[in-house]
Design a protein around this ligand. Sequence first.
Ligand code: F6P
Ligand code: MN
Length: 284
Amino acid sequence: MTERAPAAVVDDVLDAVAAAAPEIRDGLPGRRRHIDDTNPSGETVLAADDFADDLLERRLTAVDGVGAYASEERESVVDAGDGVSVTCDPLDGSSNLKSNNPMGTVVGVYDAALPASGRDLVGAAYVLFGPVTTMGAAVDGEATEYLVDDGVRDSLGALTIPDDPTVYGFGGRVPEWPGDFAAYADAVESELKLRYGGAMVADVAQVLTYGGVFAYPALRSAPDGKLRLLFEGAPMGYIVEAAGGRSSDGTRSLLDVDADDLHQRVPVHLGNADLVTRLQSRLD
Ligand code: F6P
Ligand code: MN
């Protein structure tokens, strides 16, 4: 598709995302209000969502070798010529802006036209806007954590999920959980400590830091869950798997889920391999 090697393009995409991170953070204080709009998934949009989406669209389509940009905030794919396709959740967990809790950005780089399978991912990254700004990225099956300082990423070393898990965080109202997932949650509750903040990036980052399991499962009223496959599930699955963990939609790796629609949702389960395997055997 592209003249440039995908790995070189991924590197430039990660640099561009790191460079945009302080601008996104600086743009947040004045953009905590809702605008009169909903995104293609039917959710209300904050001024900050649109701002981050516009900024990332401009920066990422300008990267040599990026041929397409798609985001949660826009209906269709932006054509940028020949090259890899970049997907973006510009501001993950943006409802946390009101209460001043963590948020993130998620990026996937697919060496294919969209919608594409997670198996076409050649790189993925998240930025975590916490007390400090960090990035978790995976390229070629290797995950790395970075400190993002002044728009530049400095490696903090390999991102590896610890063997001895301690935390879990599950989204969705408990009465909405299907019985088999509720039974799994019961078992996990007696082994791990609840940590749930309502921003996937932050909730997955603590699972990668302390070990454990994150889920936004299928719900009784929403059998495909809440999170989006191309913008959230597959890129985060790619990172967690590169960090030595597992991802699942309940039966298979998130990377093996068929991508039929740009904005399709998927149940998401991410974490230590044995915890995700146990979950899969309950749900199968
Ligand atoms: O992007 C959707 C999102 O904000 C995720 O970051 C998060 O995991 C989830 O929604 C939180 O949903 P809820 O408010 O139902 O816990
Ligand atoms: Mn999100």
